[in-house]
Design a protein around this ligand. Structure first.
Ligand SMILES: [Fe+2]
Length: 311
């Protein structure tokens, strides 16, 4: 019997599993349970989304550039290395030019800062991995101890930088094109939940005419960021739909209901993408699978603008 179970977990027949997995998930969603689906994980659990990213002001030499987004790794005693490391290979298979990580890299203690930095070092891209921080990078338990939160985030930032990664905390990273034109501009906001986000500082010197992508862990403040000249915002934080959207969860966690939960949104003619993250915690509603997103850059045209305006 044990042999059969081990074989089944190592060589799952995905089509046959699909039905009963979905039934278990639906039952868990109704009960407000979370994370239990982590038990029979396998490589095919991940979903890769491919999407074009039209940008105004994009230099011709940067058309076709590939940006891969991952988010919410939550590396900790609960989310294991062997689970996360497989996704680094999936990212490499996509042959990215730029990889961005939109926050919640760790949930575990300080020792996970160095571990996640080493984990991301498995990624082979043409440029260093670009990271922004999320609420769990500041604290595991809440925001009652802001000084400790700052210390933890600073330690994580240093650990990432020591491995050659870029950390944007209200800062900008630019990729100059070959053959002229404006640089691709990536603005990384710090975590909003802990009050660390400072868009005024982050967008200093950023021109509206440039191709600007904003990394912002929690999409909840998307509308408040409309005064700033971003064209695309890449977020995470929600894990798709969390238990707050289940029948039980709505009673227990009404504050967790969110407007932007997963996927693409056109917000007043701008583009918001909410990645469902990689970790498996709080992922039990509507068959919500972990995600890697691949964006391919293209020059925005008049038809893109008309489509966005009518959305
Ligand atoms: Fe998260």
């Amino acid at each position: 019997m044990m042999r059969f179970v081990l074989d089944f977990l190592q060589h799952p027949e995905w089509k046959r599993q699909h039905g009963w997995r979905k039934a278990i998930f639906d039952a868990m969603a109704r009960l407000g349970l979370t994370g239990l689906h982590g038990l029979p994980l396998n490589r095919r659990w991940i979903e890769i989304h491919r999407r074009a990213m039209p940008l105004r002001g994009l230099a011709p030499s940067q058309v076709g550039l590939k940006i891969v987004q991952i988010s919410d790794l939550h590396y900790s005693p609960v989310v294991w290395r062997r689970y996360l490391v497989q996704f680094m290979d999936w990212v490499n298979d996509l042959e990215p030019d730029i990889v961005v990580v939109t926050g919640d890299l760790i949930t575990g203690g300080y020792n996970y800062a160095g571990r996640v930095a080493k984990l991301l070092a498995h990624i082979h891209a043409a440029n260093p991995v670009i990271c922004t921080l999320g609420n769990h990078d500041y604290s595991m338990i809440g925001k009652r101890h802001p000084r400790e939160g700052r210390r933890r985030a600073d330690y994580l930032e240093k650990s990432l930088q020591d491995q050659g990664h870029i950390v944007l905390r209200n800062e900008v990273w630019r990729l100059a094109p070959t053959g002229g034109g404006s640089p691709l501009t990536i603005v990384g906001l710090d975590d909003e939940w802990t009050g660390s986000s400072d868009p005024e500082l982050a967008f200093v010197g950023v021109k509206a005419a440039d191709a600007v992508i904003c990394l912002n862990h929690n999409p909840a403040n998307c509308l408040a960021l409309m005064p700033y000249p971003w064209q695309w915002m890449l977020s995470g934080h929600t894990h798709g739909r969390q238990l707050g959207t289940s029948a039980v969860g709505r009673r227990l966690y009404p504050h967790k209901r969110r407007r932007y939960t997963h996927g693409y949104y056109c917000v007043d003619g701008r583009h918001l993408y909410v990645n469902r993250g990689l970790a498996y915690g709080q992922r039990n509603h509507h068959w919500c699978r972990p995600e890697i997103t691949l964006f391919t850059l293209e020059a925005a045209t008049a038809s893109h603008a008309a489509k966005a305006a009518s959305a």
